[in-house]
Design a protein around this ligand. Structure first.
Ligand code: PRX
Length: 661
């Protein structure tokens, strides 16, 4: 009883508190503890970014930090040469740290683990690099990886980096169609995949999905298949252009491959992300700028040190896993933990069991996961000793203050700073957050832009807005981790990111991330969410156009509009409004076909939460769908202005239908 009272009092005190200082135990040991860093970077821009480049080993030092002559096609560390795989592996071995652990892999089945020291990682990455060479992969060939969270994924990525072949990782939860689109778009002739993997105890057939995707790729392909499931597998037969990973790699036993020297501006990888059209965007990241920025942000924001055991629970199929499971942590020579499964398998304390067992020092996860932990209850973390934790991080979507405070109290024991990190696939690394050893934390607000990052909030005309008002987030200066272009589509690169607020005539370029935000009197930025037709489901970015085109592809559907509706756990959920074709009923059967159609085209993460059949969609006189009104309906909010509608009556009809469903 007394304990309950204490809890109530604690919750009440926290609910009122809107500022938190970093604990002194953290500040004393922080990688960055001098607030002068902001001024120093501002005064010394762009040379301040030398500090990021200095975290790496270069074969050839750069001549110039930044070349702005062809803006917005900026170039960083021009003349510099390096290899990413060497930086993430070999140099740590040369420093005598080959016996230290690079990757701790935790499988979903309890007790299935693998540990790779830097020496062991070196051995396998070299053998895989030799395998790729043997298969005919040359420098600049794009190698696609369609793998779940198994060690072969980072190993294959680093093997590609070693031979200068860019990788394109496709999230394993994406559908066969999504894989095919990405392989086609990147002209990728090589695929690394696996037989299957575990999800909540069940073995999933992944190769079947990969094969369906490959059947829609128009060019010749060679596939390497990792045997993840062994005996529990599906007994697949491989085609003649498909090879078993272990067989190929064993042929290269003991082979060493000299890391290929790459220009700073050479492509390290491509990562497809959703945009406003149905066609995913191939974001291009480079070897020098991206890797420097990933390493620098891992050092300054996540406070990673070589002796840490650091855990980012994202999937490597997304940018967070690229930058903060693979490249940033390994460049710094730390131990990076990788977990294959879900947080609730076999029980809802799995994350805390892993934290305790591996004595995790930093945990970086998504607000969606934190909301789930909160719902499951504090008894799960309380069963475990989490005192090894020093820092907590969140990424991918706004975090509501309640979830922030729960994380702070029940996971961090009020003794770990929380970094709420805003960034995007395109930015390569963290852009807006407090520095954990310096900044006052304000739950719900990401914080100020990092040193050297010039971000602000503007109105539709591009004028800076007053504190407290809502506007659009912009980034006014380039940074090393920025995307360089969209793969083979420079025009779209300009249109998507630089059109809105730049003034090309006076050579002033402003990057527009397509997020809405507010700023307070201390310069803290609160990111409100996307202002384009992209929705954020559990921190995963999905284009409404992609989902709509999947729905319209279902027989019996005439037209569809998709919006994001608020969702307690996922942040946003997919709401689909559908008009049927003449002769078709909007019944349960069609609803199921629509859901299946979306899963087939994109993957289960895009599954609509609600499918509402409607005779019409609210449209303006020029025929544009008024999504804002559909969002109001999804969120059961009072309707916005309907006066510009061609068909105002339809809104109340849809609303009634939504309420009766
Ligand atoms: O809307 C912002 C949201 O996620 C978008 C980027 O998604 P993606 O490229 O998939 O990368 C996610 C992981 C970096 C942004 O445009 N977002 C990301 N972090 C935050 C956020 N929204 C609010 N707060 C954040 N910390």
């Amino acid at each position: 009883m007394a304990e309950d009272n204490e809890d109530v009092q604690l919750e009440a005190r926290l609910a009122e508190q809107d500022r938190f200082e970093p604990p002194s135990s953290f500040t004393e040991q922080a990688n960055v503890s001098d607030p002068g860093i902001y001024e120093e970077f501002e005064e010394n821009w762009p040379d301040c970014w030398e500090q990021a480049a200095e975290l790496l080993d270069w074969d050839q030092a750069h001549d110039e930090v930044l070349d702005e002559s062809n803006a917005p096609f900026y170039e960083w560390f021009i003349g510099g040469e390096l290899n990413a795989s060497y930086n993430c592996i070999d140099r740590h071995i040369e420093d005598g740290r080959g016996d230290e652990v690079a990757i701790e892999w935790v499988g979903e089945p309890v007790d299935e683990t693998r540990t790779y020291t830097y020496d062991e990682l070196h051995e396998e990455v070299n053998e895989v690099a030799a395998t790729f060479r043997e298969m005919g992969v040359s420098e600049d060939d794009v190698v696609t990886m369609y793998l779940p969270m198994i060690p072969e994924l980072p190993i294959a990525m680093l093997a590609c980096a070693r031979i200068g072949a860019p990788h394109s990782v496709v999230f394993a939860g994406f559908s066969a169609d999504a894989l095919a689109t990405r392989m086609e778009s990147a002209d990728s002739e090589y695929l690394i995949t696996c037989d299957g993997y575990y999800r909540r105890g069940d073995a999933l057939d992944h190769l079947d999905k990969a094969n369906q995707g490959l059947s829609n790729v128009s060019h010749e392909t060679t596939t390497v298949v990792v045997d993840r499931l062994g005996e529990a597998g599906f007994g697949h037969d491989l085609d003649e252009n498909q090879h078993d990973y272990a067989d190929l790699v064993s042929e290269q036993e003991g082979e060493e491959v000299e890391p290929v020297t790459r220009d700073a501006e050479d492509m390290l990888f491509l990562m497809y992300t959703s945009g406003t059209t149905g066609e995913p965007k191939g974001v291009k990241h480079t070897t020098g700028g991206y890797l420097s920025y990933a390493a620098w942000t891992t050092h300054t924001v996540l406070d990673v040190k070589p002796e840490d055991t650091y855990w980012c629970s994202a999937d490597i199929g997304w940018i967070t896993g690229h930058s903060y499971i693979v490249y940033g942590p390994l460049a710094l020579g730390t131990t990076s933990v990788m977990y294959e499964g879900t947080p609730d398998y076999p029980d809802k304390d799995r994350m805390w069991e892993i934290t305790e067992e591996y004595e995790i020092t930093q945990l970086y996860t998504a607000p969606t996961a934190i909301r789930a932990f909160m719902k499951w209850g504090k008894q799960y973390p309380e069963e475990h000793d989490l005192s090894s934790l020093r820092l907590l991080g969140t990424v991918g979507e706004p975090i509501n203050p309640r979830a922030w405070k729960w994380y702070y109290t029940h996971i961090g024991d009020e003794d770990c700073p929380i970094v709420d990190t805003w960034w995007q696939t395109e930015t390569g690394g963290i852009m807006i957050t407090t520095l954990p050893g310096i900044g006052t934390m304000k739950p719900g607000s990401a914080g100020p832009p990092l040193p050297g990052i010039d971000a602000g909030i503007v109105d539709t005309g591009g004028e800076k807005i007053e504190a407290g008002e809502a506007g659009y987030l912009t980034v006014d200066k380039p940074w090393p981790g920025m995307l360089r272009t969209l793969y083979q589509n420079d025009d779209r690169f300009i249109n998507e990111y630089w059109q809105e607020y730049s003034d090309p005539d006076s050579d002033e370029w402003v990057y527009f991330p397509e997020d809405g935000a507010t700023v307070d009197e201390d310069g803290y930025i609160t990111v409100l969410g996307r202002v384009d037709d992209v929705i954020n489901v559990s921190g995963h970015r999905l284009g409404t156009a992609e989902i709509e085109s999947a729905i319209v592809g279902v027989e019996g559907v005439a037209e569809a509009a998709v919006v994001g509706g608020d969702h307690e756990m996922k942040g946003e959920a997919v709401y689909a409004y559908v008009i049927t074709e003449d002769g078709y009923d909007g019944d349960e059967e069609l609803r199921e076909e629509i859901v299946a159609g979306v899963e087939d085209a994109i993957g289960p993460i895009a599954r609509p939460e609600e499918v509402l059949f409607t005779p019409e969609l609210p449209k303006t006189r020029s025929g544009k769908i008024m999504r804002r009104l559909l969002e109001d309906i999804a969120n059961e909010e009072e309707l916005g202005d309907t006066s510009t509608l061609r068909n105002p009556d339809v809104v109340s009809e849809i609303q009634q239908q939504a309420q009766s469903d």
